[in-house]
Design a binder for this molecule. Sequence first.
Ligand SMILES: C[S@@+](CC[C@H](N)C(=O)[O-])C[C@H]1O[C@@H](n2cnc3c(N)ncnc32)[C@H](O)[C@@H]1O
Length: 252
Amino acid sequence: MSVDLQETQPGPNNAVSGDDAPDAKQSEKAEVQAYFESTGFERWNRIYSDSDEVNKVQRNIRIGHQKTVDEVLSWVQDQGNLVGRSFCDAGCGVGSLSLPLAQLGAGSVAASDLSAAMVTEAARRAAEAGISDERLSFSVSDLESLQGRYDTVICLDVFIHYPQAPAEEMVRHLASMAEKHLIVSFAPYTPLLALLKGIGQLFPGPSKTTRAYTLREDGIVAAAASAGFRPVRRSLNQAPFYFSRLIAFERG
Ligand SMILES: C[S@@+](CC[C@H](N)C(=O)[O-])C[C@H]1O[C@@H](n2cnc3c(N)ncnc32)[C@H](O)[C@@H]1O
């Protein structure tokens, strides 16, 4: 499969569906990491900011992503007082969720990302915002290596890098770290997106084939169920070039 990680992002123009062979998993992760340490970091750091140096597609992704973040912040507040609750933001990027969570009074937020560049920028933004280290901590880690127990585990817009079976495995792993709540977002598989992707592949070009995976929601829900979690809220956040299913699960 050719690789173009120009904007690996929930969106009809660059989403695929399928599973890679297990032995390709590590090299694929290394490529994702290299991307988010370099050009991907530059690009996403701009998207997740107020910078005017974004094109129309990137601006729409910014809008769609902000809807997802805002919705998560609203849901976690509906779940109860944030004080005294511990959060894990897995694949935190530049801290678009972690920072406001801490600012809203979360007891503790453990934010991590595969990319050291992302984590460094997130920590810089946190320091600039005057958020204390006790409230918000950062580490460089892939999702697979995460450990610990948290009241709430959240993973937003990271599963785009995971085919179906590894994504389901990851849902089970993240669920094992969550005492009460698990919130994930992903680009949902739909026949329409598959069709659009198929049409895109008829016209090969530099950004037609990206390794971005859409996921079947029933598989994600079943994986969470097998770990003892049931879906309690779901939404679909859309903007042109952004398409993200958000699901909140609760234990029990
Ligand atoms: C599209 S960004 C989303 C960032 C953040 N969750 C947000 O919503 O603002 C995807 C992030 O996932 C991270 N990522 C990709 N694969 C990962 C993995 N296997 N483990 C941890 N982080 C990963 C990337 O480095 C990048 O920061």
